[in-house]
Design a protein around this ligand. Structure first.
Ligand code: DGT
Ligand code: CA
Ligand code: CA
Length: 474
């Protein structure tokens, strides 16, 4: 019997007041018993997402939740012939969490644009509709706002609705200083009321003496001054990365083989990947004994020979104990291509002791990368408390890279921490910490976070080619 779809499942879930997966499976079973359709894994996944978003209540959604939904809507509108379509708001700025999704369309027929918008298959309900604005709720519970503007005012609207609000406030005061007025309809000469720019974002910024800056840095954190002075940084891009240095395989708690991970790395256009399974103390992560680690090393060698010139490096995500010691003895660490240190326990130490713990591990000459430095989980737990400035100084002095872990609820380093690292000349490694092949796609969220922190290619370890990387890791 075919499965019921997500739409029906979510309706069931709402109607029956179901709040967890066990209740849901029971309800599905009851359905089946009554001779109706059951449901499959895909549907379960949708419902789980729904349950989670209900559980989270008023919490802001993760970027990784909003991004595919926003892109899906954008693609949908483009497929219906709309040429001027963009995601705006915090999602265009790629903030780590998103309040609601904003979509902008340029069209002379707002009615048609709003109809097309509401037709998207993920839309569950129209919440509100005005002459040029519509809000809907998706099946996932997410709110999406559409604004339709005249094509000739598209650039001004896109600038305004991309924000941030703080960026707009600073831009407005700059305009006033120049005898200009800026709003969502354009830039105007204040005295004559003549409109000077509106069609494109480039036009809007140019009239104020600026190059348009990447949306990710529009936070009133110095980007306006930098653009006025012609010193906007060239931000890192996904295509700058030559490999992913933090991946798990089925040897520890990953769900894919080393080979599958390597093949995906190749497909993504990387030169290398590093398999970094957990070390033996991490029992919940199925950590590897020294002996099992040696088997992994042998397997990686064979894979590298087969896939050459692509290279499968072998590292380990090594537990850092409460004193700052690594979990394998030096002679084992010596056999690895790279060593990532990670703290997964004793995360609530008093700040001075925590700083000491991290300084100790940073002084270990075997350490190459410090994984998810704060250990925070977005919307779930605050990170470890320590003196970040001191840790960054030590990382720089000892040539240890700090990780930007791209896992959607980590994004650790955060954007603000990335900016600190950039200012201090600390090297960053942008990795996915993948536990499946699909996870490797999370790299976009890591790179976006790095961009928000003004990170350039030169600051990132895994933009190095294989030879340069191996030299640096020695
Ligand atoms: P969110 O949805 O909480 O993640 O954050 P945003 O930035 O998407 O904010 P939202 O959806 O309220 O508004 C979208 C954009 O519209 C925002 O980034 C900037 C612009 N905007 C909204 N309200 C104001 C305002 O009061 N003043 C100015 N200058 N701009 C605003
Ligand atoms: Ca928004
Ligand atoms: Ca909004």
């Amino acid at each position: 019997m075919p499965d019921i779809g997500p739409r029906t499942a979510i309706r069931l879930f709402r109607e029956l007041g179901i709040s967890d997966m066990d209740q849901l499976r029971a309800a599905a079973e009851a359905h089946r018993i009554r001779g109706q359709k059951g449901f499959g894994e895909k549907t379960e996944e949708h419902i789980l997402k729904g349950i989670r978003s209900v559980e989270q209540g008023q919490k802001r959604m993760l970027l990784s939740h909003a991004y595919p939904l926003g892109k899906g809507m954008e693609d949908h509108l483009r497929s219906l012939g709309h040429a001027q379509v963009d995601i705006a708001g915090s999602l265009r700025r790629m903030k780590e969490t998103i309040g609601d999704i904003d979509i902008l369309v340029g069209s002379d027929i707002p009615e048609k644009a709003m109809d097309d918008f509401a037709q998207y298959h993920e839309v569950e309900e129209i919440l509100w509709r005005g002459p040029a604005k519509t809000s809907v709720r998706l099946l996932t519970g997410t709110q999406v706002d559409l604004l339709v503007v005249k094509p000739e005012e598209y650039g001004a609207a896109l600038q305004y609705f991309t924000g941030s609000k703080e960026h707009n406030v600073e831009l407005r005061s700059l305009a006033l200083d120049k005898g200009l007025k800026i709003n969502e309809y354009g830039v105007w000469r204040k005295e004559s009321g003549e409109r000077l720019a509106a069609r494109t974002e480039e036009d809007v910024y140019a009239i104020l003496g600026m190059k348009v800056m990447p949306p990710e840095i529009r936070e009133a954190h110095g980007e306006i001054a930098a653009s006025l002075d012609g010193r906007l940084p060239a931000l890192i891009q996904v295509s700058d990365l030559r490999g992913d240095l933090h991946l798990h395989s089925s040897h520890s708690d990953g769900n894919a083989t080393m080979r599958a991970m390597a093949e995906e790395g190749k497909r993504l256009g990387y030169e290398y990947i590093a398999i970094t399974d957990h070390s033996h103390t991490l029992k919940v992560g199925n950590g590897l004994s020294a002996e099992r680690l040696r088997e992994s090393i042998a397997e990686a060698r064979l894979l590298s020979e087969e896939l050459a010139p692509f290279r499968v490096l072998i590292g380990s995500e090594v537990e850092i104990d409460s004193e700052g010691r690594l979990d394998y003895p030096p002679e084992v660490l010596d056999e690895l291509d790279l060593v990532i240190g990670a703290a997964h326990s004793n995360m609530r130490m008093e700040p001075d002791r925590m700083t000491q713990r991290l300084l100790t591990v940073l002084s270990d000459e075997n350490l190459d990368i410090l994984a998810h430095p704060t250990g925070r989980l977005i919307n779930q737990r605050e990170g470890m408390q320590f003196d970040m400035a001191q840790i960054m100084e030590a990382a720089k002095a000892n040539r240890v890279a700090l990780e930007l872990n791209s896992y959607p609820d980590r994004l650790d380093l955060s954007d603000a921490h990335c900016r600190m690292a950039v200012d201090r000349g600390v090297t960053i490694s942008i990795d996915t910490d993948s536990h499946s092949v699909a996870d490797m796609g999370n790299i976009v969220y890591g790179v976006a976070t790095a961009r928000r922190g003004w990170v350039t290619k030169a600051a990132v370890l895994n933009t190095l080619g294989l030879e340069a990387l191996l030299k640096r890791l020695q």
